[in-house]
Design a protein around this ligand. Structure first.
Ligand code: NAI
Length: 717
C-alpha cells in the first residue's frame, strides 16, 4: 500500500503520480523511498505493463530531500555508519529503478531540484513541460550536502564532466530550454501534452538499459585526473573554490571529488564512492549548521513561529512612515511593494518627495532588467503619498518612525502622529540605538509601542529585529509580526536593551579589529583574518564604510546614559584617536583606516603605521580568527543569558542575516555548539587572560559547559 504515490495503468503504461498528502511538496524521505521500491517491483513484475511514467500530482514535480527530516538526524548526532546506510537506501532505490528492465520516463510537470531531479536522472528518458517557471538542477551543495542518489555520477555521464561540474559544484539551476540545450532533459513539450508525450515515448520504445550499463562503455572524459586537461581543470577548480570559500565550506570540493573520482570507475563502484562522500557531508557540522539556520529556522521564522498565540491575524492596509531619509524611503518601498498604502512624511515636501524618488529609481532599474512590468511599477508608486501633513496619517494601522536618531525629535513626532492615528494603531520606531522603553515614554499608549529595526539597504536586507519594550503588549508583538510577514521579511524577536541584539554583537567584531591595531598587528592581517573567518569584509574596511564616527557616537551615548556602569569597549582609544584627534571618520568623511583615491580602490592610510607601529612578531591568523568568532559568540550568549534574546534561533538568524556572520557556522550560538560548550569556555578563559576581561565567560555559561548543555540537539537547554 502506498500513500504518497498513486499508481494506475493506462494503455499498458504504469502512471506513477507522486502526491504526498501531508506535505505541500513531494520530498525524498526514507518512507517515500520504500514506497518507490514497492512500485518499481510492481512495474517490473507485471508483464502487461510495458514501462512507467513518473509525474507529480502537485504543482512542483519534486522539491528534493526532506531537509527537516535530515536535520533531525543531524541534531541527534548521526554516525557515519548511519549516514552511509541512509545514503545507500536512496542510491539503491534509484539504481533499482534504472536496472529493473522496464523503461521509466520522467514527465516533469514542475520544478525538480536535488532529489527531485536525481529521480529524473535515474529514469531512462526525461520530458519537461514548456513552462519557463520550472527550474531543474542539483542545488544540494548550497545546503552543504552532496548531489547524491547517483546525481554526481549520472549527470557527468550524460552531459560531460565539464558541463555538469558547475551544475553540481555551484548548485546552478536552469529553466527547461537551457536544460534541453545542455542535455539534462530529452524533450520540452507543451504542459498539456506532457503525459501523452511520455506515454508515447514508452510505446515508441525507450532502451531500458543505460549507456553505462552496456559493455565497453567509456565516458567521454573518463580518464579523470589521468587526462592532463581534466587534471588541470580539477586543480583550477579546487583552487577557485578554496579562494571563494576559504576552506570554510567543504561541500563544493567534496562534490567535485565525487565527480572526478567516480567518473573513472565502473558505475556501481562510482555510486559507492559517491555514497561515502555523501555520508561525509551529512555528518559534517557545516551542513547541519547551514540546514538548521539558513533553511529550517529561516523557514520557521518566515512563518512567524514565534508569534504569540491567541490574537487575530492583522492585515495592514495603510502605513505611515515618518522620515523619508535613507531608512524611511526603503521602508516605504518594501511596504508599498507588498501592496500596502504608504503615507511618507518628512519635515519638508521636497524631502518626502525625494523619499518617493528612491522607489522610482528602484522600479526603473527593475523594469530595465525585465524584472517588473510597467503596470506593477505604476501600482507600486501609486501606493506612496509624500506629505508634510500629519492629518494624512489618519486611518493608518501602523506608523513606522525613521526620523533623526534624537530622542527629542522622536518624542515630538510620536506625539504629533498619535494625535491623528486610530487608538488601535501600532507605533513602531526604527531606532538603531535608543531603548524602546525610553522612546515609549512620549507615547500615550506604550503597550502599542514597539521597535521595528530594519537594515540598510532595506529592499535588499530581508531582516527585521522586532523589539519589545517593557510595556509592549503581546498583541502588539503578534500584530507587528503580521506586518513583517506581510512585507515578506524575516523577523527575529528581541527584548529591549542598549544596541538591542544585532548592533550590540556586531560591534564586538569591529571593536576587536580596531583593538588589534593597537596591539601592533599588521592591518592587512587584521583584515584578511576577518575574511578568512568568513565575514563579508575586514573589520577596518567595514568600520570605514559605517564611519568610525558611528560606533564612537554609540560609545559616547552609552557613557552619557549609563555613566560608570558602562564598560568602555576595547577599541575606545583607537576610535577616539581616529575621530577626535585625526578627524578621520571613515569613507564618507574622505578616509579613515583607508584612503580612497578618486579613481577608485583603497589603500591603507599611511599615517596608520605611525599611530600604530606594526610589531615585529605577528600572531597566527588562526588566533585572530578565533578572537573574532569567539567574541561575537560570547556576546550573543550574554544576550541570551540576559533575556535580550529568548530563543537561540533568533540569535543565529540575526547573526547571519543582520551582519553577515558566516552561514557555515549556523550563527553565533550554533558556533558555540560546534566548538563544544566546554571547549568554548576554556578558550574564552584563556583569551580573557591574554586579551582582557571582555572574553570572560559568565557563571551561567560556565555552568552550562560543566553540565554539557548545548543550544540545539538532545542536550539543548
Ligand atoms: P536620515 O538622516 O537619512 O533620514 C532621517 C529623515 O528624517 C530625514 O529625511 C529628515 O528630514 C527626517 N526628519 C528629521 N526630523 C524630522 C521631523 N521632525 N519630522 C519629519 N521628518 C523628520 O537617517 P536614516 O539613516 O534614515 O535613519 C533614520 C532612523 O533609522 C534613525 O533612527 C537611525 O538610527 C535608524 N536606523 C538607521 C540605519 C542606517 O543604516 N542608516 C539602520 C537602522 C536604523
Amino acid at each position: 500500500m502506498t500513500t504518497m504515490i498513486q499508481y494506475e495503468v493506462k494503455e499498458g503504461v504504469a502512471i506513477i503520480t507522486l502526491n504526498d498528502p501531508d506535505r505541500p511538496m513531494n520530498v525524498v524521505s526514507p518512507e517515500w523511498l520504500d514506497e518507490m521500491i514497492e512500485v518499481i517491483d510492481k512495474v517490473a513484475g507485471d508483464d502487461s505493463v510495458q514501462g512507467a511514467v513518473i509525474t507529480s500530482g502537485k504543482a512542483a514535480f519534486m522539491a528534493g530531500a526532506d531537509l527537516k527530516g535530515i536535520l533531525e538526524r543531524m541534531e541527534n548526532n548521526i554516525t557515519l555508519d548511519e549516514a552511509l546506510a541512509f545514503s545507500r537506501h536512496a542510491t539503491g532505490m534509484h539504481r533499482k529503478l534504472e536496472t529493473c528492465g522496464k523503461p521509466f520516463v520522467a514527465a516533469i510537470n514542475g520544478l525538480a531540484l536535488g532529489g527531485g531531479y536525481e529521480l529524473c536522472l535515474a529514469c531512462h528518458h526525461r520530458i519537461v513541460a514548456d513552462d519557463p517557471k520550472i527550474t531543474l538542477g542539483l542545488p544540494e551543495v548550497t545546503v552543504g550536502l552532496l548531489a547524491g542518489s547517483g546525481g554526481t555520477q549520472r549527470l557527468p555521464r550524460m552531459i560531460g564532466v565539464q558541463a555538469s561540474a558547475p551544475m553540481i559544484v555551484e548548485g546552478k539551476t536552469v529553466r527547461p530550454a537551457e536544460a534541453l540545450k545542455l542535455g539534462m532533459v530529452d524533450a520540452v513539450v507543451p504542459a498539456d501534452q506532457l503525459l501523452d508525450a511520455a506515454i508515447k515515448a514508452i510505446k515508441d520504445g525507450i532502451d531500458p538499459v543505460r549507456a553505462w550499463d552496456k559493455k565497453g562503455y567509456q565516458i567521454k572524459e573518463g580518464k579523470g585526473l589521468l587526462n592532463p586537461i581534466e587534471g588541470f581543470s580539477y586543480s583550477v577548480a579546487t583552487g577557485k573554490i578554496a579562494a571563494k570559500t576559504r576552506h570554510n565550506y567543504p561541500a563544493p570540493i567534496v562534490n567535485l571529488d565525487a565527480i572526478f573520482e567516480g567518473t573513472v570507475l565502473p558505475f556501481d563502484k562510482a555510486l559507492e564512492i559517491e555514497t561515502k562522500h555523501f555520508a561525509r557531508l551529512m555528518t559534517s557540522p557545516e551542513a547541519r549548521n547551514i540546514i538548521r539556520t539558513s533553511f529550517v529556522n529561516k523557514g520557521r521564522a518566515d512563518k512567524l513561529f514565534r508569534r504569540p498565540e491567541g490574537y487575530d491575524k492583522a492585515t495592514f492596509k495603510k502605513v505611515g512612515v515618518l522620515g523619508a531619509g535613507l531608512m524611511g524611503s526603503g521602508i516605504a518601498h518594501v511596504t508599498a511593494k507588498a501592496g500596502i498604502e504608504v503615507v511618507l512624511l518628512d519635515s519638508k515636501i521636497e524631502f518626502a518627495e525625494k523619499g518617493k524618488n528612491y522607489s522610482e529609481k528602484i522600479v526603473k532599474k527593475a523594469m530595465e532588467r525585465g524584472r517588473m512590468t510597467q503596470e506593477k511599477a505604476d501600482a507600486l508608486l501609486a501606493k506612496i503619498t509624500p506629505t508634510v501633513d500629519y492629518a494624512d496619517l489618519e486611518g493608518c494601522d501602523l506608523v513606522i518612525e525613521a526620523v533623526f536618531e534624537d530622542i527629542e525629535i522622536k518624542a515630538d513626532v510620536t506625539r504629533k502622529a498619535e494625535a491623528v492615528i486610530p487608538e488601535t494603531a501600532i507605533y513602531a520606531s526604527n531606532t538603531s540605538t535608543l531603548p524602546i522603553s525610553d522612546l515609549s515614554v512620549a507615547s500615550k499608549r506604550p503597550d502599542r509601542f514597539i521597535g521595528l529595526h530594519f537594515f540598510s539597504p532595506v529592499e535588499r536586507m530581508p531582516l527585521i529585529e522586532v523589539i519589545s519594550g517593557k510595556d509592549t503588549s503581546e498583541e502588539t508583538l503578534a500584530h507587528a509580526l503580521d506586518f513583517v510577514g506581510q512585507v515578506r521579511m524575516t523577523p527575529v524577536l528581541v527584548n529591549d536593551s542598549r544596541g538591542f541584539y544585532t548592533s550590540r554583537v556586531f560591534q564586538t567584531f569591529i571593536h576587536e579589529g580596531m583593538k588589534m591595531l593597537e596591539e601592533g598587528i599588521d592591518p592587512a592581517i587584521i583584515e584578511n583574518a576577518g575574511k578568512i573567518a568568513g565575514m563579508p569584509i575586514g573589520p577596518l574596511e567595514l568600520t570605514d564604510a559605517l564611519t568610525i564616527e558611528l560606533p564612537w557616537k554609540i560609545v559616547k551615548q552609552s557613557i552619557a546614559a549609563e555613566g560608570d556602569k558602562y564598560t568602555l569597549p576595547c577599541a575606545y582609544n583607537v576610535m577616539k584617536t581616529m575621530v577626535e584627534d585625526q578627524k578621520r571618520i571613515g569613507r564618507r568623511g574622505g578616509g579613515g583606516f583607508y584612503d580612497y583615491p578618486e579613481g577608485g580602490g583603497k589603500t591603507i592610510w599611511p599615517g596608520l603605521k605611525d599611530l600604530y607601529p606594526v610589531a615585529e612578531q605577528q600572531p597566527e591568523v588562526e588566533e585572530l580568527v578565533k578572537r573574532y568568532m569567539h567574541i561575537q559568540a560570547l556576546e550573543t550568549a550574554r544576550c541570551l543569558e540576559e533575556g535580550v534574546l529568548t530563543h537561540p534561533a533568533d540569535g543565529d538568524l540575526g547573526a547571519l542575516l543582520g551582519w553577515g556572520f558566516p552561514a557555515y557556522t549556523g550563527g553565533t550560538l550554533s558556533y558555540i555548539d560546534t566548538v563544544g560548550t566546554r571547549q568554548f569556555v576554556e578558550d574564552c578563559e584563556a583569551m580573557a587572560e591574554q586579551y582582557g576581561a571582555r572574553f570572560k565567560p559568565s557563571a551561567w555559561l560556565k555552568d552550562r559547559a560543566e553540565r554539557n548543555i548545548t543550544f540545539y540537539g538532545p542536550n539543548a537547554g
